[in-house]
Design a protein around this ligand. Sequence first.
Ligand code: HEC
Ligand code: HEC
Length: 375
Amino acid sequence: MKKIIVFSLLGIGALTMMQCTKFTSTGSAPAPTLPSTAFHYAINIPNGTIDNTPSHNPISDDGATLGRVLFFDKQLSINNANACASCHHQENGFADPVAKSRGFEGELTSRNSMSIINAANENSYFWDGRTDGLEEMVLQPVRHQIEMGMEKMDVLPAKLAKTAYYPELFKKAFGTTEITSDRISLAMAQFIRSMSSYKSLADESGVARNWGFDSANVLNTAQKAGAQLFFGQAGCANCHSGTNFRGMTDNDIANIGLDVAYTDNGIGAFKNDDSKNGVFRIPSLRNIALTAPYMHDGRFATLKDVVNHYNKGVNKHPNLDNRLRNSGGWGGSDDNPRRLNLTDNDVNNLVEFLKTITDKEVTTHARFSDPFAAK
Ligand code: HEC
Ligand code: HEC
């Protein structure tokens, strides 16, 4: 009770004097600027969509605020070169606009940095789905040899404790100033889970619920035609389905014939199983217009390149998914890669539809922005 009074008094004091709290910086590291009343981070997930929030780590405004600061803080890398946000940019749907990203020592990552929006609705992470559990996942980039290099994770709490602002932020989030790896992971998972995106034109139109039919009548002619192709002739929704335009089931994975032989075998490599070579998780297409380049290796620069691949570029691979074969997996003599026979106009319409899955709220709102850059 006492704590609440002290905090609210501080809050009112801060509000009357200024809108934001600018913390004092220590040494050369900059300090974050945060609103005196925390932003609201609670999320509203549509019915029928999984919510992986564990009961021990619900999103709180102070927890997600701490997560925001951690996410944008370069001190999480061993040499202060990289923050999470160095490879996951807000304006790019929290992906990186390059095929491969630069690690803390300038080395390239082995895969394309992916969007992390709607992570609350996934049950596995990375292109190959090798990790489940967001709390467990978020510390992996910190320890990663190429990404952030903090191989001895236990030095991080001590490093953060030396700043003027972290002890206070941890106290707000967890009740005491103690900084632990566990708390770092909990706060970052809260922040990432709060990046929830359901305010796109595609949502408004209801196409995902109605298999391509724009029941709200909000799409233009090209977008409507594209939606019909996506859910119909082009067969995209056989894989990118549901409210998140992701796999049909939680474990839906596929080889989409990008190559005759893959250099990165994805799930086949990590499971050491040739029958899974070239197989990857079916990613969500949320905010896809913002997250170029595309695929696990960032090989396609534009959505048009992606659609052209499905239209006429799918390669014959022993593990090619049945949904991309002429036989559709029903046997028969023709097991070759399917050609969609889309016209240029169809391709453009499909791209126009893909652009409607963009939600500017997450990619522009201050609560997801860099607190170290805020004025
Ligand atoms: C140097 C670039 C880089 C940095 C720094 C980085 N990431 Fe990533 N991130 C990637 C790449 C590349 C992938 C895909 C890796 C793979 O599939 O093997 C990825 C994948 C992810 C995913 C999986 C998303 C999904 O839907 O499966 C999440 C979540 C994520 N990163 C969060 C973070 C967090 C949190 C941090 C900071 C602690 C961070 N990243 C730092 C490059 C980076
Ligand atoms: C057989 C299942 C399947 C079908 C059908 C399918 N996709 Fe995909 N899609 C995938 C998988 C798996 C990936 C990731 C592949 C990789 O990176 O190796 C992917 C990746 C993508 C990406 C890139 C995602 C990113 O974040 O880089 C886009 C865009 C895309 N698909 C759009 C479409 C469209 C449009 C169609 C219909 C023309 C379609 N897909 C049909 C399974 C499928």
